[in-house]
Design a protein around this ligand. Structure first.
Ligand code: SF4
Length: 355
């Protein structure tokens, strides 16, 4: 058994889609929040749940260009298509797979999550479009009676058309039945640590789940259920993905990858993958006039709509010249779409005088 260092995840097999995810090189393409199911543990946010919206990572998608732009911003090597139930929008899914394969080549790995049981015709179309891997998500209410049903038929057809096939479900009591099915059909099993989210907290509590500790959102006992399955099914290809791994490693790796791609000459990339720079706020014409007067090289600042961003060390150097004419601060933001600001530090608080 291998462990992902310090993250609580473990596996004896890593699907290709998960390998890219570990490196932060996998884009998440959310194709519609519409879904025919109503899983009590559903983590989809209010912003997306049962809404026909598309997102590439954090970026809302209104055109193919939005998808390509996001993939380029993180130099994605692959894409995981999720939802909602993406196959409710089959033509969109097919179009996005073709788009990504055409733009980035056949090696751009694509995997798809589905809570449905697609027919051979649909599976063939997905495979022809370029889909590499499919992960089935059976209804938890049926986990103990999956044998001989539609899911089994779909799994076997998916294997026949040439897709890599697995099952992906949250890890809690009853997952053992699904593990037995995966073993019988020689497909991989991905178990996600069950976790509290803004949309499922109440339902999880009603089902008797409690948090593992005060710090994270993992559910107590979820990891043990996965360990138990691993012990009981030695021949099964299994991967348990912990909540800590998703937040601590996967996200951080994607942020670092994106930051390295989009950082300007003067942005400092922090160890967390955020960007750090200085900001001068006021009349942009006056600010650039001052910077020119102080011989600040033009590649060390950039004028945005209503302010000037510059290297934090440049701002530190010229703090005494900023005077009272402009507001100025240091800023840290995510490198992702929308550039959410994490922190603003005024010059004074950073130990540098603003006057
Ligand atoms: S299948 Fe997925 S998206 Fe649909 S309700 Fe269940 S967890 Fe949510």
């Amino acid at each position: 058994m291998e462990y992902e260092r310090g993250s609580g995840s473990f596996y004896n097999y890593l699907p290709s889609g998960c390998k890219l995810c570990q490196d932060g090189a996998k884009m998440v393409l959310f194709v519609t929040g519409l879904c025919h199911r109503d899983c009590f543990y559903c983590p989809v946010s209010e912003e997306k749940k049962q809404k026909d919206v598309t997102f590439a990572n954090e970026r809302p998608v209104f055109s193919d260009d939005d998808v390509l732009c996001e993939a380029r911003s993180m130099q994605a090597k692959g894409t995981g298509i999720t939802g909602g139930e993406p196959l409710l929008k089959l033509e969109h899914v097919l179009g996005y797979i073709r788009l990504l394969k055409n733009a980035f080549g056949p090696d751009h790995h694509t995997h798809l999550y589905t809570a449905s049981t697609p027919s051979r015709d649909v599976l063939e179309r997905l495979h022809c479009a370029g889909l590499d891997e499919i992960r089935f998500h059976p209804d938890h209410g049926t986990w103990d009676r999956l044998a001989g049903g539609d899911l089994v038929e779909s799994i076997e057809e998916a294997k026949r058309v040439g897709l890599d096939v697995g099952i992906e479900i949250p890890s809690f009591a009853g997952a053992q039945y699904v593990a037995d099915l995966a073993l019988e059909h020689t497909i991989f099993l991905n178990l996600n640590e069950l976790e509290f989210s803004e949309t499922n907290s109440q339902a999880l509590q009603q089902h008797g789940f409690v948090a593992e500790n005060d710090e994270g959102c993992a559910v107590a006992g979820s990891r043990d259920a996965a360990l138990d399955i691993m012990d009981r099914c030695p021949g099964l290809d299994i991967h348990f993905c912990s909540s800590r791994f998703k937040d601590g490693v996967q996200l951080r790796m994607r942020l670092l990858r994106t930051a390295k791609t989009i950082a300007r000459e003067f942005d400092e990339i922090t160890p967390d993958g955020t960007l750090y720079y200085g900001v001068m706020d006021g009349d942009v014409h006056d600010i650039t006039g001052l910077l020119e007067h102080l011989n600040v090289p033009t590649d060390l600042y950039e004028c945005t709509r209503d302010r000037v961003e510059l290297g934090w060390w440049v701002l530190e150097d010229i703090a005494s010249e900023v005077g009272t004419s402009f507001r100025a601060w240091y800023e840290e933001c995510y490198p992702t779409y929308g550039r959410m600001v994490v922190e603003k530090i005024p010059l004074d608080n950073a130990g540098v005088s603003n006057s």
